[in-house]
Structures are given as C-alpha cells and as structure tokens.
Design a protein around this ligand. Structure first.
Ligand code: SF4
Length: 457
C-alpha cells in the first residue's frame, strides 16, 4: 500500500463538503418567507455583486447514482410550465433588488438544464436579463448532459451569452455506463466537446465520478487517457456517495459491483498521478485546472471562495437562486426553496416566495465560515493576520482545532510555521479532514446525532 493510499484509508470518514458553513442540515424551518423578504430588502449593498442561479430539475432518464433534486420525465410540457413559475419567482426577487447591482455570475444547474429546448434556454436567459443588470464581463455557465445535447443547444447557449460549459462525462466505460443507466458513447461526448470548442466557450469543465460499479484502475485509466487527450480546462472529479437509505433509486445499483474500498483508493491514486502528470493543478477539493486557469490564479491571489456550486472566483456576491430546492445566500443568511416540485409551484402560484428553510449566521458562524473557507480555498492561514482581522486571539479561540494539527503534520498534511498553517500538496487532498477540526457544529453534536455526511475519501 502506498503512503497516499494508507492516508486515504486512515482519513476516510463522514464529513461535510463545506459548500456552506454552517452546513445545510443545520438550516431550520423556523426561518420564514417574511425573514427572507426582510433579508432581501435589508441586504441591498451596492458594493456586492449578484450571482444568479436557476435549477432545472428535469432529466430524460434517471442515472442510478444520482444525488440531485431531479424529476425524470419525457413530458416536455412540465418544463414549459416550470419556466412560468421561475419567471414569477424571479419577478418578485427582482422587484426587491437594487438595479444598480451587477450580476457577475449566472449559472444553470439541475437536473439537466439542457433538457430545455434551445428556444427555452433563450427564453430563460431573457427573463433574467430583463430583470437584473448583467455585467459586461459576466461569467455564465451551464451544466450539460451530452446525451441530449444538440449543436443547436450549444448555439443557443452561446447566443445567450454563456461562456462556460460543464459536461457530465462520469466514465467512458460501456459496462460502467450500463450499470448506472447512463449510456453515452465516447464518440458522442467527443462530438459535443468539439462543437463546444468550435463555438468558442472560453472554459470547458468535465465531471467524472469515482466509485461507480465495475470501475477499476485499468478501465478508468482509459477514461483518463481519453479525456486528457481532449484537454478540457477543468475537471471536477467527485466520489460517488452510495446512500440508498436517502436516495432510494440507488438501490438499483448492484452493490457487489461497487469497487471495494481498496479499489476506490487505487482509483484516487490513479487520478492524482495522471492529472498531476498532465499538468493540472489540484484546486482544493475535487477540482483540477490548468495552471493558467482563473481558478488557479484566484487561489494564488487568495480571492477564491466556496459556495453551493463549488469553487467560485466571485466572493462578494449574493446568490439569488430560483427553482425547486435551490439555495440562495446573502452575507448573513442561507435560504433553501421548497424541495418538492408540486408544492414549489403551488406556493409560487399563490404569490409566495417558496421558502422551505434557512439560517441567519451568528458572528461565531461567520468567523468559522471564514476560517474553514480559507482552508478549503487558500490552503493556508496567516493566524496573526486572521486574528487581527477578527479581533481575536487565534491560538486561544481555536485551541481545540489547533490541538488536532500536530497529528496531521506528522502525516504530512499540514506544515505548522510560526503564525502560519500551511496545507501541503498532499494535504490538499484531505481538506475536509483539516477543516473539520474547526467546525463547531461537528464538535457539539453528540456522538450518533450528527447529520449523515458522505465519506471524505
Ligand atoms: S442527468 Fe444528472 S440530475 Fe439527471 S439523473 Fe443523471 S445525475 Fe441526476
């Protein structure tokens, strides 16, 4: 067993992904629609940008590994109706938004945003453009499923202003694709990728998943070789979380076909080696990018931030998220929409903002969010500067978290210098474990009462 594999085994335990802090299981239903309206009105700071998100929950078929809020349907009229509700929801939020505030980022996620027909993609973006002020240099990204994607979809995205595309590749092996009910031949993905390049998307990301049935290092090495030949700008490589007690459809996956824990560790090692050899840099958790990528530059400039869509170069933005289950965020509040499509639509139709739950951050939450985010993004902390900025004695305030670091240092994951904590290259693959030491909610929750998180490796 290599040193890397031994560490993955040692540090593999359930833990948050820290797309927010406090994490979503701590959002509560006491947070009401009135609270959200008050927050929207009170937080119109012209210095803060806006990031718009729309959730399109529809998919043609169900991938058995899916962990998203989605609806499998071939009744396209559902999507047309849904767009009307999105527009109503957007309209209400836009009326409370200062029109001088610029939208810096716009993202379509799902489900499958490209389930929408090309003209409906145009319609959705027009809805957003007519209600919010989009910055001339806006970053517009869309998640795409190669199976339903036509060249016309990509043309509609480009004409609407999208400059980023994220392709769900997952694994190129036929047996793996059949076992998860997501069959997309290599030639189809290559075609879509070529169209996207030809149409001038500035950045193309590919999503891959490790831990799917039948995966092994031989077959996955082929997948990695092929995608590296295509040379997308970024990779997001997620670990499959098998949670059939939460996601019932995952029972459709034949458990004996899942790679063993050791096989998963070997796959992680393979990714680490191949992407590193191809010149991609590990940008925090699950993400790899070329050295000249904005994400890498933002990390070097310490302006990288983390939100529900993963890593972002737009830190000072409020997220206004529309659609079923989507999560909005201001500096002080997280708010999640109704997760059920029917009741989401009923509440919007009745003239409401469909708030399901939320959370107002305390000062303590803000302080720990900043620290955890700096670990996840910068991978180093200047403890003196951090303490001065927040008016705290860093060593005293985080004594319990700091006490855990020498053990991580002994394993080569962090380097402790006077006044600085530095995550090592190796430690960048264990960011969740390092951050967890500073998570007050994890520490406070009694044993056995913590939310069920996916494993860190
Ligand atoms: S396309 Fe994405 S959202 Fe839809 S079922 Fe597959 S994994 Fe889930």
């Amino acid at each position: 067993m290599s040193q890397f594999t031994a560490l993955l085994e040692k540090y593999s335990k359930p833990g948050p992904r820290y797309t927010s802090y406090p994490t979503a299981p701590y959002f509560h239903t006491d947070f009401s629609e009135a609270d959200w309206i008050h927050e929207l009105q009170a937080s119109q700071d012209p210095a803060r940008g806006i990031s718009l998100y729309a959730h399109i929950p529809f998919c043609d078929t169900l991938c058995y590994y899916c962990g998203c809020n989605m609806v499998a349907t071939n009744e396209y009229s559902k999507a047309e109706i849904y767009l009307q509700f999105l527009e109503m929801e957007m309209d209400r939020v836009a009326k409370m938004t200062d029109p001088t505030r610029l939208v810096r980022q716009l993202h379509l996620g799902g489900g499958t945003p490209t389930y929408l027909k090309p003209d409906d993609i145009r319609r959705l973006v027009t809805m957003m453009r007519s209600r919010f002020t989009l910055a001339p240099d806006i970053e517009m990204g869309c998640e795409a499923d190669p199976r339903e994607l036509t060249r016309d979809h990509l043309v509609a995205l480009r004409e609407s202003g999208f400059n980023r595309l994220s392709l769900g590749v997952q694994d190129l092996n036929d047996q793996v694709q059949k076992a998860v009910n997501r069959v997309q031949p290599e030639a189809m993905i290559e075609q879509v990728y070529r169209w996207a390049r030809e149409l001038g998307f500035a950045s193309i990301n590919m999503d891959l998943i490790v831990g799917l049935p039948h995966q092994n290092t031989t077959s996955f090495a082929h997948t990695l070789d092929r995608v590296l030949e295509w040379a997308p700008d970024r990779f997001a490589i997620f670990a499959y979380a098998h949670v059939p007690w939460m996601k019932k459809h995952q029972k459709l996956i034949n458990e004996p076909d899942l790679p063993s824990f050791t096989a998963r560790l070997d796959l992680q090692q393979l990714i680490h080696d191949r992407l590193g050899a191809a010149g991609y840099q590990n940008v925090g958790m699950d993400h790899y990018a070329k050295p000249d990528d904005e994400m890498v530059k933002a990390q070097q400039n310490k302006t990288l931030w983390r939100n529900f869509q993963g890593y972002t170069t737009h830190k000072n933005c409020d997220i206004y998220a529309f659609g079923v289950s989507s999560i909005s965020q201001t500096r002080d509040v997280y708010m999640q929409n109704d997760k059920n499509l029917k009741s989401y639509q009923e509440r919007v139709a009745a003239g409401h903002l469909p708030v399901e739950r939320g959370l107002r951050l305390t000062h303590e939450d803000q302080l720990r969010r900043e620290l955890i985010t700096r670990i996840m993004c910068d991978m180093e902390i200047d403890t003196q500067a951090f303490g001065a900025e927040w008016g705290i004695d860093f060593e005293q305030k985080f004594a319990d978290g700091l006490a855990e670091l020498p053990a991580l240092e002994a394993d080569g994951l962090v380097r402790l210098e006077p006044g600085r904590i530095v995550v090592t290259q190796l430690g960048s693959l264990f960011l969740r474990n390092i951050a967890m030491g500073f998570d007050a909610y994890l520490k406070e929750a009694a044993e056995g009462q913590q939310p069920r998180y996916s494993r860190t490796a």
